[in-house]
Design a protein around this ligand. Sequence first.
Ligand SMILES: Cc1cc2nc3c(=O)[nH]c(=O)nc-3n(C[C@H](O)[C@H](O)[C@H](O)COP(=O)(O)OP(=O)(O)OC[C@H]3O[C@@H](n4cnc5c(N)ncnc54)[C@H](O)[C@@H]3O)c2cc1C
Ligand code: SF4
Length: 561
Amino acid sequence: MPQQKNHSFDVIVVGSGASGGWACKRLAEAGLKVALLEAGRPQSDENFTEHKPEFELKYRNKAHELIRKTRPIQVKFGVCNEYTYDWFVNDLDEPYTTPADKPFNWMGRLRMTGGRTNVWGRVSLRYSDGDFKSASLDGYGENWPLGYKDIEPYYDLVEKYVGITGSAEGLEHLPDGQFQPTVPLTCQETLFRNRVKEKLGRTVMPTRSANLTKPINGRGPCHYCGPCERGCMTHSYFNSAFTTVADALASGNCTLISNAMAYKVLMDPDRNRARGILYIDRITKQPREVSARAVILCAQSQESVRILLNSATPQYANGLANSSGVLGHYLTAHVRSGGGSGEFPAFGSKPSLGAPIKPLGIYIARFRNLPNTPPYKKFLRGFGYEGESSTEFNWGAPGFGAAYKKSLLEPRSAIDITGFGEVLPRWDNFVELDSTVKDVYGIPVLKIHMSDGENERAMIQDMGDSAGEMLEAAGAKNIRTYAHPSAPRWALHEAGIARMGADPKKSVLNQYQQSHDVKNLFVMDASGFTSNPCQNPTLTIMALCVRSCDYLMSELKRNAI
Ligand SMILES: Cc1cc2nc3c(=O)[nH]c(=O)nc-3n(C[C@H](O)[C@H](O)[C@H](O)COP(=O)(O)OP(=O)(O)OC[C@H]3O[C@@H](n4cnc5c(N)ncnc54)[C@H](O)[C@@H]3O)c2cc1C
Ligand code: SF4
């Protein structure tokens, strides 16, 4: 069957999530003609169900077994539920493989405009200079080819547009940003923050989160209904579907091509240039081509690298833009299997089913291996904690009858915290193509090899121990801590498999996420991250993407690519 062709564009952007949304906004608003290829369906306010009670659902949101039949991996994370499951990839249609002894849960694979930003947790933190130069500080791995000053103006730009609520804390290792007014801490959280600071010197703050407390660009402030992962009709959290992508489309310069599963980058071998993308229409399963002067992959780390591996040519036999041989290697993703909880009975206010729900909690800034402090002996790098307080009905109360009803109304007022830790980039954590398996569109799938090392194991143990220490310092009762090995590895914050660097022999991309090998090919998601600091990655993904788009436009202007 001959391939159908779309007309030519200035730039093709693959993927409409956090990075792709910004790429198409920045470029289309500057006047470039952009084709936005998105594997998923268009998103719409009509799909949002944040105000729909469970009793209105067919299976009362208890249909896990049913969802498991098509999404056995995605359903492992609570945001894939009866409200949202059809936003997620069908794991059977689009599988991946792992070695038997290295299970890996590749969750959060969305197939909607907006990608993961439809359901993300919205925690938005800057990296610091110490993160970009961590190899110089502790001797492990490579420094990033850029520093904090290079990205700072782009953090400012992105934060002002996205709308990040947060508090200025003056920490060198977790720089302050352009914050909207913060959402106040609850009583438990305030007590926890004060005592942890007083007794241990650690900083607990309101989560820096992409939820509006003031209106911007026609988006209303949050009204505290709670389940942001089901959408938001007032557009009060950041989802690229109704922000960056909507702006790009409104410019008149961006064409969204939905249900377009990018298969490979098409090359002009004589000129060593990318000339377009071959994609499979997910509805008709027919191949199509679209061409442009430059190609930007923003499909999420593993998906973008899968496209590059599937784009091998005689010249790039091990994957496109892989003369270094590092493409697919140095996979990182946060470990988060250590933490704890404790109760604060003094705050025994009555639980309620109808109260406002704060969509963000607390963040505890990293306190191990900071610049200008002695190195921590047990592991390199560090971790922060995400947490929240809750006052709930005592659902776990034993017994039945009147006594049960009474205990049910005795509230459990608690704080839970979970560590998010940096994983060291290691060569033997990698992805490759599985030559024996294809997805339902005929595209070879990834085989993912990932496991924890000694550093991660020691860090997870400390996440549990330090959680207990802080809850104790705060005077919590019934403290429970945990520190599990993180197998099967699971991931929402994957990065590093087409890493940036100054040396083309050791990296795939330069500091502008431009391929060293193919000058009109860029990868603007987290694939390029040289390391994966413990802060959540998306704010940095977006800021870097805008910086790289500005570079791309200047290069196009001077006909350098
Ligand atoms: C439940 C959850 C909670 C999270 N919480 C946080 C948080 O609190 N803070 C934080 O910083 N990060 C968080 N993240 C991670 C965050 O969502 C991602 O870092 C971010 O969305 C990645 O942006 P991206 O552009 O790389 O990919 P995505 O946003 O995933 O977008 C990729 C898009 O590309 C499309 N695509 C994939 N393959 C192809 C293909 N072959 N052809 C065409 N299109 C394709 C997908 O359909 C998707 O729409 C969370 C993620 C999840 C799932
Ligand atoms: S809690 Fe706020 S941001 Fe989240 S869905 Fe409700 S109104 Fe929107």
